[in-house]
Design a protein around this ligand. Structure first.
Ligand code: SAM
Length: 315
């Protein structure tokens, strides 16, 4: 990752090859992509991401850790951070101006932004403007974006972006939540992180991303690791027994109960079996009867410390 892409080539082979290799008969040559992929490196990035910002320094170490760093090193994704001011004109490269109609704050000017997008998007760039007025980012939207080859993410600042940028050069506007950030950069980091982990090869075990919260419209079941007892709290017996079918049933049940308890709005979109429905109906009836009684999530109930006042597990 880097400004105009110093990380772009990280982990990839240089263009120069030895003469001996070049002179091998065609039949012995391993296609470049196969050689690279057999070593765990992608021949070409599966996803290229360009981030347009007035504050490139914000991204200095944002992608240098953990999964993203590995994905960049393997060449699975390629991230470039581009300073919008490079496309601004004049000695001061001004990129913002006062709003027409008056009011506080400045607005990002259309010329540098549209120029910067046009220089970057190429033939395949899908342009996303980060904006509180955009469509809410969901896992389904993240998955769709992860299927593209090239994303151009535009970060707004100040009071926002001249509306004509959207009309002329943006494919979709995305909001990461119903709150206002000082700028699009933290939203871009969220978006890149969520999208990159769905790019094939980035997460070692892809099946684990399918079991994540929201993938089937349900929250994930609770997770535990060693020790088996921590500060007096144990782990549900079923997880220690080694019976995979029982574990799967318990996880499904917990996932359903947790979703019912914390995010019942999600259930409308979930694919539910007859057994799932029976469980949810039972719990809903119990909850209705108890009114403000215990939350349906059994794990949360178990976690409550003795003697501590009960707090609602609902968000
Ligand atoms: N005046 C704008 C409004 O009320 O909608 C807010 C502008 S905000 C201070 C500056 C920039 O931060 C926006 O142009 C956008 O790029 C980014 N931003 C703020 N909140 C965001 C959110 N929830 N999701 C995505 N981007 C956001």
């Amino acid at each position: 990752m880097g400004k105009r892409g110093p990380a772009a080539g990280r982990g990839r082979k240089g263009p120069e090859r030895s003469a001996a290799k070049k002179n091998r008969p065609a039949s012995q040559r391993v296609p470049r992509s196969d050689r690279a992929e057999s070593k765990g490196f992608a021949a070409a990035p599966r996803l290229r991401i360009d981030i347009l910002t007035l504050f490139p320094g914000i991204f200095d170490s944002a992608f240098s850790h953990s999964l993203l760093a590995k994905a960049l090193a393997k060449g699975l994704i390629d991230i470039r951070v581009i300073d919008i001011r490079e496309a601004a004109e004049g000695r001061h490269r001004v990129a913002d101006d006062a709003p027409y109609g008056g009011g506080d704050g400045m607005v990002m000017k259309p010329e540098p932004l549209v120029r910067s997008i046009e220089r970057t998007r190429g033939d395949d760039g899908h342009v996303v403007l980060l904006s509180p007025a955009g469509r809410l980012l969901t896992q389904a939207r993240v998955r769709r974006l992860a299927g593209r080859r090239h994303l151009v993410i535009v970060c707004g600042r100040y009071g926002g972006v001249d509306e004509r940028v959207s009309a002329l050069a943006v494919d979709e506007e995305i909001s990461i939540g119903d709150y206002v950030l000082g700028g699009g950069e933290p939203a871009a980091i969220v978006l890149v992180d969520a999208v990159a982990r769905l790019v094939p090869g980035v997460v070692g075990n892809e099946a684990s991303t399918i079991a994540d919260s929201f993938e089937d419209a349900l929250l994930e079941h609770p997770q535990y690791t060693r020790p088996a007892v921590f500060r007096g709290l144990g782990v549900p017996e079923v997880l220690l027994g080694g019976n995979h079918a029982e574990v799967a049933r318990w996880r499904r049940r917990q996932s359903l109960l947790r979703t019912l308890s914390r995010r019942p709005d999600l259930l409308a979109k979930a694919k539910l079996s007859a057994e799932d429905r029976v469980l949810l109906d039972e719990k809903a009836r119990e909850e209705a009867a108890a009114r403000d009684g215990d939350p349906a999530d059994e794990t949360i109930t178990a976690k409550r410390r003795p003697g501590r006042p009960r707090t609602s597990a609902r968000r």
